[in-house]
Write a protein that binds this ligand. Structure first.
Ligand code: SAM
Ligand code: SF4
Length: 475
């Protein structure tokens, strides 16, 4: 894998801020893309190179519709040739919405007196997780506000509780976290509870905008947040997720900055982020933003395609903030994980009648509230294979996206069979009849599509073992 060296005004050093906004603007103002250049850059990406900031700026500045189409087509080709058709599914579990910060875009901000505050009790966590398991979920992300109550000890305790909930064949096999930045010791404590990814979004990488949106609380400190995942790395937590909240500042600047953050982590720790998230701002309780930086659907799908090409080996997460139609379109450009069956209201999974969204009890409005099986069926219809696989993480095969990307045949030998096995568990244990019928047909089609590139005989045997009651089989 070749990385074209690129020098920055602030050299990368562990635990030190690395963003120079003027430099990012400079890259953008210098970029003069033309067709030949865009094609060369796409070819470099398809040739398995992470793009430089100068190259990413060319993609970002390519406003001509025919160039945008080339970029989207490049992202589609990369997705098809490298990743195939798997989509990993997860669900968010909001544990508590107390918050001492005052993020101007968030329903949980301290100044929002209309917000109904709640933290799940031990019993309520068990009920929520049981309800999620009963739907067939295997992977969760736990979400917390930033508050002294949500200490690293508390978060680690919740993680252990979640792993301990087992009902029938139900269990949670991977718990990720989206919570406040920790000190090194705090990250260590949470890691020891057995988490997968720790996600922290910078929200906006532009220091001026950041200061405006975060007027008070711990989160006010831009540099502390920017270096938080360095501290995670120092704690030995090398599975981290970065993100920007699109709609707060110019999307072009944020895309460039996500790439800058990626190459900072690579430069200092030899490993980039496991995932990149690109949530788009959604309506939230009593929030009024002027919409100056609203990202249109066209620009949103475009920026996803650019990110896919710029960081070809990093997982991309798209959440239920987006409508089914946008999710369907965006998946073609290389999204690798989506949530499904999502509820944001704290305690909602275990309640019936909680389908109606109440903004005072939720962080923001979601646009895809379909149940898990409906999302699965749409994936089947679109030729995707939903996966609940957690094999790499549990076998210590870290850097899984990198392996998928760089080890020839890895996907056919490991990922696709594991997707089939975890899907089969879902079909036997949780799927309504109609969903199950479609799912088995898809598995058969996938088996035939493997064309001897994996041991289909062995996969068939394992599928039979699952039908006979065995669980948790993986390669
Ligand atoms: N409180 C922790 C923090 O801020 O880092 C945990 C994450 S917060 C509960 C989850 C993420 O939701 C935030 O990082 C932010 O990007 C996103 N978010 C906040 N308000 C939002 C809104 N109105 N629309 C969409 N996403 C939003
Ligand atoms: Fe609190 Fe996080 Fe919301 Fe900011 S984004 S107000 S820190 S929950």
């Amino acid at each position: 894998m070749k990385f074209k060296p690129e020098k920055y005004s602030i050299p990368d050093e562990p635990m030190k801020p690395f963003m120079d906004a003027a430099e990012i603007e400079h890259f953008l103002s210098q970029a003069r893309p033309d067709k030949a250049m865009i094609r060369n850059i796409i070819a470099r990406s398809l040739d398995k190179n992470r793009l430089t900031l100068a190259e990413t700026a060319m993609l970002v500045k390519a406003d001509d519709p025919s160039l945008i189409e080339e970029i989207k087509d490049g992202a589609r080709r990369l997705k098809e040739s490298v990743y195939g058709n798997r989509i990993v599914l997860f669900a968010p579990l909001y544990v508590g919405n107390k918050c001492t910060n005052n993020c101007q875009y968030c329903g949980f901000r301290i100044s929002n007196k209309a917000a109904v505050r709640k933290t799940l009790s031990h019993e309520e966590i068990i009920s929520e997780v049981t309800a999620l398991e009963d739907k067939g979920q295997k992977r969760l992300i736990l979400v917390f506000g930033e508050h002294p109550d949500y200490s690293p000890e508390m978060i680690a305790g919740v993680v252990r509780t979640v792993y301990g909930v087992k009902k029938g064949n139900g269990e949670i096999r991977r718990v990720n976290i989206n919570a406040a930045p920790q000190e090194i010791e705090g990250f260590r404590m949470v890691k020891e509870a057995g988490i997968g990814t720790y996600q922290i979004f910078q929200e906006t990488y532009h220091p001026g905008a950041y200061t405006w949106y975060h007027p008070s609380g711990r989160k006010k400190d831009y540099a502390y947040r920017l270096t938080s995942l360095d501290r995670a790395q120092e704690a030995g937590l090398d599975d981290v997720g970065i993100g920007a909240l699109f709609g707060l500042y110019d999307w072009r600047f944020e895309v460039m900055s996500l790439v800058r953050h990626t190459n900072h982590l690579e430069a200092c720790y030899n490993v980039g982020p496991h995932t990149i998230s690109f949530p788009r701002y959604q309506e939230a309780s009593l929030v009024k933003l002027n919409g100056q930086y609203r990202v249109s659907d066209e620009d949103f799908t475009r920026l996803i395609a650019i990110l896919r090409l710029a960081v070809p080996y990093t997982g991309l997460i798209l959440t239920a903030r987006e409508s089914p139609a946008i999710r369907k379109e965006a998946m073609r450009f290389g999204v690798s994980q989506i949530d499904a069956g999502t509820r944001l209201e704290i305690g909602a999974y275990a309640q019936t009648g909680s389908e109606v969204q109440d903004l005072n009890r939720e962080q923001f409005r979601i646009n895809d509230d379909r149940p898990l099986n409906e999302v699965m069926e749409e994936l089947f219809d679109g030729g995707y294979i939903p996966s609940f696989c957690t094999a790499c993480y549990r076998l210590g095969r870290t850097g899984e996206h990198f392996m998928e990307f760089s080890v020839p045949g890895f996907i056919k030998r490991f990922c696709t069979p594991n997707a089939m096995l975890t899907l089969a568990e879902y079909l036997v244990d949780y799927a309504p009849e109609n969903t199950a019928e479609k799912g088995w047909k898809l598995i058969e089609k996938e088996l035939q599509g493997l064309n001897g590139q994996a041991n289909t005989k062995d996969i068939r045997k394992r599928l039979e073992r699952i039908k006979a009651g065995e669980r948790d089989l993986y390669y």
